[in-house]
Structures are given as structure tokens and as C-alpha cells.
Design a protein. Structure first.
Length: 144
């Protein structure tokens, strides 16, 4: 996924096209000739005896993820079906951290309501990570 540099909304502020050109080993796999970072976002699906596990559900086509564009957001339900594992067969979802590019498909909009993408799964999130983002959400939801 190419990410063009934008001075006001940079993915990595220091990764200017000029700075990237000083590191030729990045080309062509990690930076395009135009100076765009090339990002790769993946979910890991683990099928083991008695366990179907997804690590990080990637990015989705929600409003928060629109900056990436819909062409980068193949739905997890479609991805898991392609791997022979329907959504309801996933037992566990592990969230390594709660950035949008790692949790975008934890939920999905269905009939106007946000529901778990993997309805039978137990979602595991580190305590400190959960506390950090819960506190941030509480601070942001207070009236000013």
C-alpha cells in the first residue's frame, strides 16, 4: 500500500521523500520511486488442532480508516472464507495493540449496529493497552 508523504498529515513525519532517498536499501521494496512509503498490513490466521485463531484483524473500511482507501480493505470475513475458515469458526482473536490498522475488523456494521466480526471468538487484549485506550476514550468523551 503506497502512502504518499504529506507535510501536515504524514504517516511518519521524518520520512520525507528527501530523507528516504538517503537510504537506497529501502528501494524498491519499502519505498516507491515517487518516494511513497510502501506499507503492508496483515492478519495472521492460525489453524491448529482445536483452535482457530486470528492475530490482529487489520484495517477496515470504517470512517476512521478511510484515509487508507477502500481498495486496501478486503473484508476479514471474505479473507477468512478464502482460507477455509468462516467467521463463526474463529475461537480467539488476539490484539497485539489497539491501533486502527490492527483492530479494524474487530467489529463490523450489520443491520445498523456494530457487532463482533467473529461472533464466537474470545477477544484478547493486553491489560495495559486496554487501560490506556479506555482512559483516552473517557477523556475524549467528557464535555468541554
Amino acid at each position: 500500500m503506497p502512502v504518499p508523504y504529506h507535510p501536515e498529515h504524514a504517516f511518519l513525519k521524518q520520512a520525507t521523500p528527501e530523507a528516504l532517498r538517503t537510504m537506497p536499501w529501502l528501494y524498491p521494496h519499502f519505498v516507491s520511486e515517487e518516494g511513497h512509503l510502501r506499507l503492508s498490513i496483515h492478519a495472521l490466521v492460525v489453524k491448529a488442532p482445536g483452535l482457530n485463531l486470528v492475530v490482529d484483524t487489520c484495517i477496515a473500511t470504517t470512517n476512521r480508516a478511510r484515509c487508507w482507501g477502500p481498495r486496501h480493505a478486503l473484508g476479514v470475513s471474505r479473507q477468512s472464507r478464502c482460507r477455509g475458515m468462516p467467521r463463526d469458526a474463529v475461537d480467539t482473536v488476539v490484539c497485539t495493540h489497539l491501533h486502527v490498522d490492527h483492530v479494524g475488523w474487530n467489529t463490523m456494521l450489520q443491520d445498523g449496529k456494530w457487532v463482533p466480526t467473529f461472533p464466537n471468538a474470545r477477544y484478547l487484549i493486553g491489560r495495559r493497552e486496554f487501560e490506556h485506550w479506555s482512559a483516552k476514550a473517557t477523556r475524549n468523551s467528557r464535555p468541554s
